[in-house]
Design a protein around this ligand. Structure first.
Ligand code: GLN
Ligand code: ZN
Length: 764
């Protein structure tokens, strides 16, 4: 029998976290890993950086007053990939033997012979994991070079340890396998490894093992749910006390199942699904822990501690020491330390808590429950004042924005005439050839362009010099496009560092951090802007550049905007308004920009929505509501124009099948999409659905410098013509070209134009 987790004399609630950001407050891990890849930092040096970060993060947890430090959340690239190494689950195609650090990176990044493991979005976050690759021949064994040394490292530092691992069912569910192969068939093989591992952790004196089972928040098939009792009964036999962690959504419908599992405790996400507590608390077994995630692990706002205490009190009264306090999910999804923000407005800063500050919040909640609120009166009061200041702050509310949102009617989200009539007017106005060619917006961001932007940002060049540098790049882009013979031109987006930040910087209601980095995948981090107040557009954002670009050519120049849903999902969003409301505000600001572009003589306007699919809720039952407000926001941003003005949208993923009705409901005149990965399946879906408007399926993948052969493009275009009538087909690359160089860009585009010209001849 494992040692009891609740000491007989303990009567106090405990505090812990599900995981801490691993990248380092100064992105030390990114720097070290990338240096190692370049051969500039030997493995020992890299390992030393990892050890320093782990130690620092454990120390932070202990210093804050958490009762356990979490071990196993660190990863050189991705935590699920660490499990793949630990379980020796490398796909045979890598021919690795025992996975070492080099093999780990080889799978993550690919080798000259083998493409990397697939990268997938981690549930509904912007973190991406490396997908384990399993098949009927997959076998597992414990590789003791992984995880166990980190446990010993934490023990040597004197910490009381909780080890975190992906739960076996979530690990299997998230793996890729042939459709015909039932991954559950591997369960007992996988469990053998868990069995050995958990027994070893127990022997090492680990206090608790947290098994993450986030798939419980998805729509799970019954046979997967049925596996839970079997798995957990088996594992509990040799393991340290097990904490099963759910997050990202409600698991209330599984309450009877989860209550009956032989584990020490269960973690619930009370930020995403506060109501689920009512499904668990009343008959929670009196030998089990309930860990309540009340501090938001997905957003950077300070917790309303008074409200949190109100929510926790009944649980504390009932559970006492069996109540654990935590963040909703791993803190991986928030930036590391607010202390590094020196330029934020002090009031706004006082409303925020990054991962480090969230540790204090969790510890404070625990102390308030255990010792009484009087014992922590001061910090509690300070937190309360910050919440009050945020609630009352005039900077977060704009009466005119609220009024305008309230006045929006259904008619505002509708174009004047249906597509069939609009397109006739648009053809008339634009006079484009059959199979019109265009690009998605950005052109190569050369060193010169980036240097000009950086110099301007740092105040090293005058506005006039900056403007002439940008205008020069626009002239260059326009003349190259004319020489290539493209039909609808773009200005090239040289002035944009990032498609969300560029607009956020010009909108009221947005703020920017200096160091608010969050890991996106591997060594890549993003610094999402922060929506803290009502969104307004003080002045036009893109009109001058676009007008200038149009003045250089007789061909139509596309105005280029980022859509409301993408602005929303790639930002940290205020949590005091429903997201649908924030989307509405963004949509109205963009609608004004669209109107200004039209008045400036721009006849084609593209509103990019690459993130619309990312916003899909985890459970399908919630899709219709989301899709309805998302589509409404897009339509609101795009419907204020004349029928003859052509609205484009662009999306860069290839899984459309399940949301095609919503995409059609967006009613863009033209949609350009990424198709290089699953071309036929995708276009078939559009055809089968009878997608009514114009489509531009990407003709080549922009993620690689490779220039596709002429007949390859021709074959793809012919295939597209089989399912989309020529009058409704556009020709374009998969996505924007900002990461490419000019030589490959011009080579690929000139082939694209040549292919189209040949086909036009044959068709006429
Ligand atoms: N217009 C943007 C560009 O070309 C679109 C980028 C995207 O879809 N992610 O860069
Ligand atoms: Zn794209």
């Amino acid at each position: 029998m494992p040692a009891p987790l609740i000491e007989p004399h303990a009567t106090m609630s405990q505090a812990h976290i599900l995981g801490f950001p691993r990248i380092g407050a100064g992105r030390e891990l990114k720097t070290a890993v990338e240096a190692h890849w370049k051969g500039e930092l030997p493995e020992a040096g890299l390992r030393a950086v990892g050890a320093t970060l782990r130690q620092r993060h454990w120390d932070l947890q202990k210093a804050a007053g958490l009762d356990l430090v979490t071990v196993g959340d660190f990863a050189w690239y991705d935590h699920l990939h660490n499990a793949t190494a630990l379980f020796s689950a490398a796909p045979a195609r890598f021919d690795l033997g025992r996975v070492d650090l080099a093999g780990y990176f080889a799978m993550a990044r690919g080798t000259p012979q083998q493409p990397a493991l697939a990268m997938k979005k981690w549930f509904d976050t912007n973190y991406h994991y490396l997908q384990p690759e399993l098949n009927a021949d997959s076998r597992f064994s414990l590789n003791r070079d992984w995880l166990l040394p980190e446990v010993r490292e934490a023990q040597a530092l004197g910490h009381k340890i909780k080890v975190v691992l992906p739960g076996p069912l979530s690990y299997l569910w998230l793996a890729s396998a042939d459709a015909a192969f039932d991954k559950l068939g591997l369960l007992s093989l996988l469990l053998n490894v868990y069995f050995v591992l958990l027994a070893e952790l127990n022997a090492m004196g680990v206090a608790c093992v947290q098994l993450d089972e986030p798939i419980l928040a998805l729509d799970l098939p019954q046979n997967w749910l049925d596996a839970y009792p079997v798995v957990y009964r088996e594992l509990a036999a040799t393991s340290p006390p097990l904490l099963l962690a759910s997050y990202f959504g409600s698991v209330a419908e599984h309450a009877p199942l989860l209550r009956s599992l032989p584990m020490a405790g269960l973690h619930l996400d009370l930020v995403r699904a506060p109501d689920q507590l009512a499904a668990f608390l009343p008959d929670w077994p009196d030998d089990k822990i309930l860990s309540l995630g009340i501090v938001d692990g997905r957003n950077l706002w300070r917790t309303d501690l008074v409200n949190a205490l109100i929510a926790l009190h009944p649980a504390h009264a009932q559970l006492g020491e069996r109540l654990w306090i935590s963040a909703s999910c791993s803190l991986l999804h928030v930036p590391t330390d607010l202390a590094l923000e020196h330029k934020l407005d002090p009031e706004l800063r006082s409303w925020m808590a990054f991962a480090t500050q969230k540790l204090d919040e969790i510890a404070l909640l625990k102390r308030a429950l255990n010792d009484g609120e009087a014992a922590v009166w001061k910090p509690l009061h300070a937190a309360g004042s910050a919440i009050q200041s945020r609630r009352r702050a005039p900077s977060t509310r704009r009466a005119e924005v609220r009024e305008r949102c309230a006045a929006v009617g259904a008619r505002d989200a509708e174009r004047g005439a249906p597509f069939a009539q609009r397109i006739v007017q648009q053809r008339d106005a634009l006079q484009l050839p059959l199979l019109p060619t265009t690009t998605i917006g950005s052109f190569p961001q050369t060193a010169d362009i980036r240097a000009a932007r950086a110099a301007f940002k740092q105040g090293k060049t005058s506005a006039a010099d900056y403007e002439s540098a940008m205008k020069a790049s626009i002239r260059d882009a326009v003349s190259r496009q004319e020489a290539l013979g493209l039909d609808v031109l773009v200005h090239g987006e040289a002035e944009r560092n990032d498609m969300v930040e560029y607009f956020g910087e010009q909108l009221a209601g947005y703020a920017f951090t200096e160091n608010g980095w969050v890991q996106s995948y591997g060594s890549r981090c993003v610094k999402p802007p922060v929506i803290y107040g009502d969104i307004a557009r003080p002045k036009a954002m893109t009109v001058e550049w676009t007008r200038y670009a149009q003045s250089l050519t007789d061909k139509p120049m596309k105005g280029m905007l980022t859509g409301p849903i993408t602005m929303l999902f790639w930002s940290f969003v205020r949590d005091d308004l429903p997201r649908s409301e924030v989307a509405l505000q963004l949509a109205l600001a963009l609608r004004d920009e669209v109107g200004d572009l039209e008045r400036a003589g721009i006849r084609v306007i593209q509103i990019d929505e690459p993130a619309i699919r990312e916003g899909l809720p985890l459970k399908q039952a919630a899709w219709p509501d989301y899709l309805s407000w998302a589509v409404h926001a897009f339509r609101l941003s795009s419907s204020g124009v004349r029928d003859a003005t052509q609205i484009h949208t662009h999306m860069c993923y290839s899984e459309f099948n399940d949301i095609l009705p919503a995409i059609a409901a967006m009613d863009a005149d033209v949609i350009t999409i990424e198709t290089s990965r699953s071309r036929m399946a995708l276009l078939d879906a559009f055809a089968e659905f009878r997608y009514p408007n114009d489509i531009g399926p990407g003709l080549y993948d922009i993620h690689s410098p490779r220039v596709p052969a002429l007949d390859e493009m021709r074959r793809l275009l012919q295939r597209a013509l089989k399912v989309v009538p020529a009058e409704r087909l556009w020709v374009n690359p998969d996505c924007g070209l900002k990461t490419r160089g000019w030589p490959e860009t011009e080579a690929a585009l000139s082939q694209m134009v040549a292919t189209v010209r040949e086909l036009r001849k044959e068709l006429s």
